[in-house]
Design a protein around this ligand. Structure first.
Ligand SMILES: *[C@@H]1O[C@H](CO)[C@@H](O)[C@H](O)[C@H]1NC(C)=O
Ligand SMILES: *[C@@H]1O[C@H](CO)[C@@H](O)[C@H](O)[C@H]1NC(C)=O
Ligand SMILES: *[C@@H]1O[C@H](CO)[C@@H](O)[C@H](O)[C@H]1NC(C)=O
Length: 130
């Protein structure tokens, strides 16, 4: 039958597509570079969420590129080292950095390239309660 021939062709092509390996990226990937526009010394890692990550040399106070991946998470660069006490109501950060953040390839635009000491990332919440 003509119909069953078409159905067989559709099913076999669907099998061919689904046999392609699918790699789901882990959430929390951030590219750090000492220079702007991903120049200088760079390090890409996937960072655990809701944990403070201390920057060491050469990145401590020396990070101009801070570029999170495109998944639904955001990061907060901090002036203080992990474990330091922050008394600022703004949390000693300039705010959230995500994939769409304008200065992610040039923190120097807001003078944070020489301030950043540590950072933490968290999943974005779609509801107001978190
Ligand atoms: C980064 O690259 C953009 C686009 O090429 C350029 O306009 C900008 O000046 C560069 N920024 C720095 C700090 O080099
Ligand atoms: C990159 O950063 C990760 C996490 O901080 C660290 O474990 C790793 O050693 C770094 N790699 C290099 C080449 O600096
Ligand atoms: C900043 O990073 C660059 C490139 O890795 C390095 O040459 C320089 O010594 C670093 N500066 C500081 C203050 O760590």
């Amino acid at each position: 039958m003509k119909f069953s021939t078409i159905t067989t062709a559709i099913v076999s092509s669907a099998i061919a597509v689904s046999s392609t390996p699918i790699h789901k990226r882990e959430i929390g990937g951030v590219l750090l570079c000492t220079g702007a526009n991903a120049t200088g010394t760079c390090n890409y890692s996937v960072y655990a969420l809701d944990t403070c990550h201390q920057l060491a040399a050469p990145f401590h106070h020396n990070t101009s590129t801070f570029a999170p991946d495109g998944e639904a998470f955001e990061c907060f660069p901090r002036i203080g080292d992990c474990g330091s006490i922050c008394t600022s109501p703004t949390g000693c950060t300039f705010g959230s950095v995500d994939f769409d953040y304008a200065n992610k390839f040039n923190l120097g635009a807001i003078q944070w390239n020489t301030l950043i000491s540590s950072f933490d990332c968290s999943r974005k919440t779609t509801t107001a309660s978190s």
